[in-house]
Design a binder for this molecule. Structure first.
Ligand SMILES: [Zn+2]
Length: 472
């Protein structure tokens, strides 16, 4: 039997070279003096180097050996980023199959717990709503670089050392809450206050904490920011503008930025991330497109029908190639989010990183109703524009009659249902016809009536759609 004193306990501080990590992926303030202003040529050269290292790492991992081998690829075939479009892409379905065939973590990670030379690993997951969520293991350098990229995001948006930050993203298996804790205390000198979502800390208590502890930054999903402001106003008699919160950090997508900024009296910043990688792209103070961390990712926007890379300005599916990952590197991972590159030159902030316009939704959140492509996110924008509603909505798609006619019903919470229900129905049906090009049935309901459908007060992963066609 091995004596306890002879077991190898891996110490985090010995598992990575922190000086090197912060040199290679500088956090603020070094970031602003360095790669933030690098020329496009310098960035491309950096990407080329890191991409070839990532390909080498990929060939060590069974998942890629299988995927690439099946496409007839040999090590050394890919000579640089110009060859990227020749590499087969893959989706979350490939990842699920890898996990099924090689439980519990799949064969795409390239790292595993235990063994003779154990590595300190963190496990977080996707925000799966049905069945087990997908696990992701992070090696020490991965986790540090992710924290650094997150710190760049908040610094670009105006967060400062000493800020007291309410983190109202879910705690637990998903990465949003705990990932932010690492960002804030390791690389921002800001103080994370880990309230989590409404299921962890009731919303009223969150407001009380904002008031008592001088919270000056709030991080949460747009729907929860709206919910907080309305609970404060309607149940506590508090105008959240009086809390003097200086900035709001979120993932906005197609939600309405303006109504939330007006409720809080503070700017709301967008960003784009995945549970696998943390912050991929972020808005700066200009609020005009999201700068991709070009030294850590190569992002392709691909036509989902042809598989060809789209010209700038055209929408397509987002393919991610990571340049920093040791565990679970991603090389042409089709993440299924719809976005486009911005056109029209450099950002006034001085950052040379290229920008994505925004995330228009997920290809798989897109539903076809009577032949029309509909993003539920776009419906949310129209609902949020109507101040008689609190912005909460839930969509149901059903088939009716022998003809199987498809009907989209949008249930909407109306603040004063008796006074405004009928008018909201009429106005919103007209507005939705304009916005999504489809006739819908709007069904006004009272405040909180949709909670059981959306899960708003319980989780930050809000449900917006029930497609009953699939059940039948
Ligand atoms: Zn900028």
């Amino acid at each position: 039997m091995t004596a306890l004193a002879d077991i190898k306990f891996p110490w985090y501080q010995n598992a990575l070279d922190l000086d090197r990590v912060t040199r290679d992926y500088p956090p603020p303030p070094d970031f602003f003096r360095g790669v933030f202003r690098a020329s496009r040529d310098e960035l491309r050269a950096l990407q080329e180097r890191r991409f070839l290292a990532t390909m080498k790492r990929g060939w060590e991992i069974p998942f890629f050996q299988r995927l690439w081998g099946a496409a007839g690829m040999q090590p050394g075939d890919v000579k640089g980023l110009d060859d990227l479009p020749k590499i087969p892409s893959y989706t979350v379905e490939h990842i699920r199959r890898s996990i099924d065939a090689n439980p519990p973590f799949g064969d795409f990670m390239g790292v595993a717990p235990g063994g003779p030379d154990p590595m300190p690993l963190v496990l977080q997951t996707s925000g799966g709503t049905t069945g087990l969520p997908r696990p992701m293991l992070y090696a020490p350098t991965d986790r540090e670089v992710m924290a650094i990229l997150g710190a760049r995001r908040y610094a670009m948006q105006g967060m400062l050392p000493g800020d007291i930050v309410l983190v109202a993203f879910s705690l637990g298996l998903t990465n949003g809450g705990l990932g932010n804790r690492e960002i804030l205390w390791k690389y921002m000198g800001a103080v994370p206050v880990m309230t989590g979502g409404g299921a962890t800390t009731p919303t009223r208590r969150q407001i009380e904490i904002c008031e008592a502890w001088g919270i000056n930054v709030v991080l949460a999903f747009p729907s929860y920011l709206r919910h907080m402001a309305l609970v404060a106003r309607d149940e506590m008699g508090i105008d959240v503008r009086d809390l003097k919160v200086r900035m709001l950090g979120s993932h906005i997508g197609l939600e309405d930025r303006k109504t939330i900024e007006e409720l809080w009296g503070a700017p709301l910043y967008d960003s784009y991330g995945t549970h696998e990688n943390g912050t991929i792209a972020t808005e700066c103070k200009q609020q005009n497109g999201m700068h991709i961390n070009d030294d850590a990712f190569v992002i392709e926007i691909v036509d989902p029908d042809t598989g060809k890379v789209q010209p700038d300005g055209e929408r397509g599916t987002t393919y991610i190639t990571t340049l920093f990952r040791h565990s679970a590197p991603q090389i042409r991972f089709n993440i299924n989010d719809v976005s486009s590159y911005m056109t029209g030159g450099d950002c006034p902030c001085g950052c040379s990183f290229r920008r994505l316009t925004k995330i228009y939704g997920r290809n798989d959140n897109m539903v076809k109703v009577r032949g029309v492509n509909v993003f539920t996110e776009a419906i949310g924008v129209a609902v949020a524009e109507d101040s008689r509603s609190n912005g909460e909505f839930f969509c149901v798609i059903e088939r009716f009659g022998e003809s199987g006619r498809e009907e989209l019903t949008v249930m909407v919470e109306v603040l004063d249902l008796a006074a405004h229900g009928a008018a909201v129905k009429q106005d919103l049906e007209r507005r939705l016809k304009e916005v999504i090009g489809l006739r819908t049935v709007v069904s006004p309901v009272g405040v909180r009536q949709l909670d059981p459908h959306t899960g708003l007060s319980q989780t930050s992963k809000i449900k917006r759609l029930l497609d009953k066609r699939k059940a039948s």
